[in-house]
Write a protein that binds this ligand. Structure first.
Ligand SMILES: [Zn+2]
Length: 325
């Protein structure tokens, strides 16, 4: 929360209990652990894409909403807000807030490498940085995107050769669309998706992303699933049978610390440890507040290696691997 004498701005509130009705609520992206603010009665702002994806996943409409465009300044009395690309999923934003006294950058969830569907998050000079640390431990150093993409495609082709349908279990918003694009770009395989992904895929298409897919409940999707070589993309918790023998895999940054029967690829929508440290350095903040994941661990590194004043803030709700979006 940022408050001056005349303006209160709240970013990604996890509860609305202490949010004044007159406050302006900013929502960084459409993952459910960041969208509680859409329930605020007062004015809410996010990118159009975040609103569209949220609406696709949750049927209710959002009232009292004003879109905020990336890189455009919004002034409210003595406060200026700018949304910056966060690189985490379509529409994801960081918020840079300037008050007469200070500048604060809140990252939401960030990813600092380009992917097939997003551009890397940009650091920005600020006095106070509030940053996530989902993978803020040195054990999380992700391989290059290209290496992971190649591994996913090789695995899928091998599973098809063995007579299975490769089934990829990923978050419905963000990772699923990256997977659809991956198979569209690198293979000619038809991509069938769980119907829950359909609306989010449409939001990506509406914003200019070229995605080709069939929903599993459409006549074409059913037919392909019954008899053609194809790939099936679904949510992490979906265990339903798809009628033919399935080979299941997950794609998540947690792959680096998971052991199990299924294939797991370390494809993350978050920055890894080194990306986080480089990002913090580039922002040149005087103070760093770190939330979620390995906040304490990253804080110690920021203090010892960058010599910055850093502290962990209480953990917010975070999605777990088997939640669906
Ligand atoms: Zn997220």
């Amino acid at each position: 929360m940022v408050a001056t004498s005349g303006v209160t701005v709240v970013m990604d509130p996890v509860t609305l209990r202490r949010v004044p009705q007159t406050a302006r609520v900013l929502v960084s992206h459409a993952h459910s652990d960041h969208t509680r603010g859409f329930g605020h009665k007062g004015l809410k702002q996010s990118t159009v894409e975040t609103r569209d994806i949220h609406t696709a996943l949750n049927t209710h409409r959002i009232s009292n909403f004003a879109a905020i465009d990336l890189n455009r300044k919004v002034s409210i009395d003595d406060v200026e807000i700018r949304a910056l690309n966060a690189g985490h999923m379509l529409g994801s934003a960081q918020f840079l807030v300037h008050t007469p006294a200070t500048s604060i950058l809140y990252t939401g969830d960030i990813n600092c490498v380009d992917t097939l569907t997003t551009k890397a998050a940009e650091p920005h000079r600020c006095d106070v940085l509030v940053i996530e640390a989902t993978y803020g431990s040195p054990i999380y150093r992700f391989p290059s995107r290209e290496t992971i993409y190649a591994g996913v495609v090789e695995w899928a082709v091998e599973m098809i050769k063995q007579g299975c349908i490769p089934c990829l279990h990923v978050y419905a918003a963000g990772k699923a669309q990256e997977m659809v694009r991956l198979f569209n770009v690198y293979t000619h395989l038809p991509v069938v998706v769980n119907p829950r992904l359909d609306g989010v895929n449409e939001a990506y298409r509406k914003s200019g992303h070229s995605l080709n897919w069939l929903a599993s409940n459409s006549p074409d999707g059913r037919e392909v699933l019954e008899k053609d070589p194809c790939v099936y993309i679904t949510t992490p918790g979906d265990k339903r049978s798809i009628g033919r023998k399935a080979a299941r895999a997950f794609a998540t940054g947690w792959a680096l610390s998971l052991r199990g029967r299924n294939a797991v690829f370390p494809l993350s929508s978050h920055a890894d440890f080194e990306q986080l440290v480089s990002f913090i350095k580039a922002c040149q903040p005087e103070e760093v507040y770190i939330f979620t994941g390995f906040a304490e661990e990253l804080g110690r590194t920021v203090k010892s290696e960058l010599g910055l004043d850093a502290r962990a803030v209480p953990t917010m709700n975070q999605r777990k691997l088997f939640e669906d979006y």
